[in-house]
Design a protein around this ligand. Sequence first.
Ligand SMILES: Cc1ncc(COP(=O)(O)O)c(C=O)c1O
Length: 433
Amino acid sequence: MNELAVQLNAALEDSCAYPFLSEVGKRMYFPKGIVAQSDEAKEKAKRYNATVGLATRSGEPFYLSDIYSSFKDGVFKPSQLFSYAPGGGDKELRAIWKAQMEEKNPSLKGKKTSTPIVTGGLTHTISLIAELFVSAGDEVVCPDLFWDNYDLIFSDLAGARLRLFRFYDGNGHFNTEGMREALLACKGNTARIILNFPNNPTGYTPSRSEALAIVDAIKSVADTGKKVMVISDDAYFGLFFEDETEKESLFSFLADAHDNVFAVKGDAATKEEMVWGFRIGFITYASRSFTDAHIDALTKKTLGAIRCTVSNCDRPGQSLLLKAMKDGSSYARDKAGLFEEMKRRYDAVHKAVSRHAGDKVLTPYPFNSGYFMAFDTNGHDAEELRRYLLDRYQIGAINIMGRTLRLAYCSVELGGLDEVVDTVYQAAGELWN
Ligand SMILES: Cc1ncc(COP(=O)(O)O)c(C=O)c1O
């Protein structure tokens, strides 16, 4: 094993993160190779800097003028678009993301977290987590209504197994007790869980009291001596449409919940900043028991995992995002505009669904946030309904595991939502009544 990895492992050995490290995670380190040496040269090589494989003239990269001329004159220097981004991402963007995270999650105030590291989107964040902290044969606890990519990442990429529990309890609330039992049932001294609110596919976020109950349940598992890694997938953070819904990430409460709780936040500019194609995500770590040395070692292992896969993440996207977040004159207005439109669509879908209350074939799952709502098809084949909607009515929806039909109301204009919902009920009736 590389000496640097040995040192990072020694730094982490007494932390609650150590028992989660996979074999890859244990071997990972950030090399003192080209990246580290050229960073050093940036500071000191005042005469000639012959370190990086990036063609420059007059201190700026070469570029295709057909690309550069697509940007407004004088807004970005060529280096802000064409050069490599630093391994962990643009430093200023990372700092702004952290400051905004603390603003949007006031409970984080005064709690020690790592500085968010830029990834190539939230999928990449979750995949990095799998690479570093999940081994073949491990279990990852997850509610039984989940984003299908978790299965591909944790089961097929990492060779682990999803341990599922029912998402809702009998009263249409999050099944906290089922979650606690699943965590306790994980073999050995560790348990891993991924939670995603606002949820894809259900559109559900716990209320404040439910969120606190979830945190208490996780703490009670940690009290037994088990180390618990909790991944908060905050892809749709901020789209909370009801008063009683918890508006902070679970990460804010888990960051200092217990010495045995290892909290990982995955979030992204993707949906929060409406830049789906830019591929900018983040990963942030916290635990009540973490020292600066633990955080530093986790950061270096993560930088290593990025270095050996994509090396570094998209530069123009980071520059564009940073500029908008720092001094965009329409930034707040555009974000508020998206929220208001999603809230209007959410209200419209709720109204449309409530007109079908008591329907015998489709039952909408409780929803209060995000981009989606979904129907329980009550034992009927959701794939059959999906195909029928597409072929007979030219309406696209998603079949989730054969028993749930998901509607992404975020992508249907307000004026079409009544028709979409009514047609889904009508189609289900035609098939199954
Ligand atoms: C729950 C959830 N997590 C993660 C992602 C991935 O986001 P990104 O596009 O940033 O990779 C998605 C995207 O659909 C999602 O629904």
